[in-house]
Design a protein around this ligand. Structure first.
Ligand code: SF4
Ligand code: SF4
Length: 383
């Protein structure tokens, strides 16, 4: 984003009433758009044979999530993590460096470009080897775009904000509540507001002092109105002064339901649950956004879990089969094909992140497969 568009973007995020109005309107608009999108995808028909050919043929995979740890130090009200930890259905762990290298090497060899170290749940800064992993991905494997989401709780710990900027990472997305200490505690489930806001400012300041090598987006998972956050002293003094071409903020329009685990009653303040449009018998696009779990398991979908990230979307393991063979395999195809007959893995059944495949989506993936990336590739939207 550049020029006038960027100026307008920053103006919206500096002008409380405009931001309130736009984000509230975006929620209404999104509900209508999702319903229309699903209906028109169902009516348009889909070239199943072409999808089967695309799936089974050797192909370039441009983006991958490697979840280096599924351990988190927060307990967000809008996330499945605290629930699956309390229910003891999630087996947590940290990815060994050797497994990480195997995943990254295979990804790089296969035309990989965009590597996201964000796990389905968990915070990458919990992994004591996170910087070594980033360094390996950027400097050894020479991947073009590497980054992750963090809740920023550990940014100040052992000067992590400096180590992060110096690691060679290309982007960092920060998710946090807003600028109210009490609400932060309620939304993130831990009493860490002061260290988060200080860590964010330190990261922004250090990034600026180094000439802004890293793209930073602060994504407010806000229970406060955007205008309240924008008006606050912490926003005005610790965030807004750093707005630039590389540094942006946004607010959350609405929250997805984690396959039905999060409900309207879980929302706080201005948080709203996304309305689930009627499901249609088409596979979800996100089945082609692969993730690698800390134990080397390959999973279709890097977005959401219901009880565990080791579920019926797991299609193989890098320690037994190569990445290309896993993703082209029959186990993966059976899951994808099942959608055409209304058969979905448990987590996908009521998932509000569902996004049906379309002929245009397939054409774009085929083009990427043939020609690789053109221009400045940015992460695919996950919310
Ligand atoms: S949303 Fe992120 S930070 Fe919050 S509990 Fe879930 S994984 Fe942790
Ligand atoms: S429906 Fe939801 S859980 Fe299933 S692949 Fe799509 S985004 Fe992932």
């Amino acid at each position: 984003m550049k020029g006038l568009k960027l100026k307008l973007y920053h103006w919206v995020h500096s002008t409380g009433l405009v931001a309130d109005w736009l984000y509230a309107g975006a929620h209404q608009l999104r509900s209508r758009t999702l319903r229309r999108r699903n209906r028109s995808a169902a009516n348009a028909g889909f070239p199943v044979a072409e999808l089967s050919k695309f799936h089974h043929e050797p192909r370039r995979v441009i983006d991958l999530n490697v979840g280096i740890t599924n351990i988190c130090n927060a307990r967000c009200n809008f996330c499945a993590y605290p629930r699956v930890v309390d229910a003891k259905t999630l087996q947590t762990g940290v990815m060994p460096l050797a497994t990480f290298k195997t995943a990254v090497d295979q990804f790089a060899k296969n035309g990989g470009h965009y590597l996201d170290l964000t796990p389905v749940v968990g915070d990458p800064l919990v992994d004591p080897e996170v910087f070594e992993k980033v360094r390996y991905a950027t400097q050894e494997a020479k991947l073009g775009y590497v980054g992750f989401y963090t809740n920023a709780i550990l940014l100040n710990h052992k000067d992590n904000y400096r180590r992060l900027i110096d690691s060679g990472i290309h982007f960092v997305s920060i998710s946090t509540q807003g600028t109210d200490r009490e609400l932060y505690k309620k939304v993130y489930g831990v009493d860490k507001y002061d260290q988060v806001i200080s860590g964010i400012q330190n990261l922004l300041e250090y990034n600026r002092s180094k000439g802004e090598p890293v793209r930073v987006v602060i994504e407010f998972r806000n229970a406060q109105k955007p205008s309240e956050i924008i008006r606050s002293a912490d926003y005005q003094q610790k965030i807004k002064p750093y707005f630039s071409e590389k540094v942006r903020v946004n607010f959350t329009i609405d929250y997805d339901n984690w396959g039905g685990r999060i409900e309207g009653k879980d929302m706080l303040g201005v948080q709203k649950l996304r309305v689930a449009p009627e499901p249609v018998n088409l596979p979800c696009q996100r089945l082609f956004a692969y993730s690698v779990r800390h134990d080397g398991s390959v999973r279709l979908c890097a977005c959401r879990l219901l009880k565990s990230d080791f579920d019926d979307l797991i299609v193989g393991n890098l320690h037994q089969t190569s990445f290309t063979d896993v993703i082209r395999g029959e186990r993966a195809w059976n899951i994808i094909e099942g959608f055409f007959e209304g058969k979905r893995p448990e987590v996908c059944r009521g998932c509000t992140m569902y996004k049906p495949v379309t002929p245009e989506w397939l054409a774009q993936r085929q083009l990427e497969n043939k020609e690789g990336l053109s221009g400045d590739f940015l992460p695919r939207q996950t919310t």
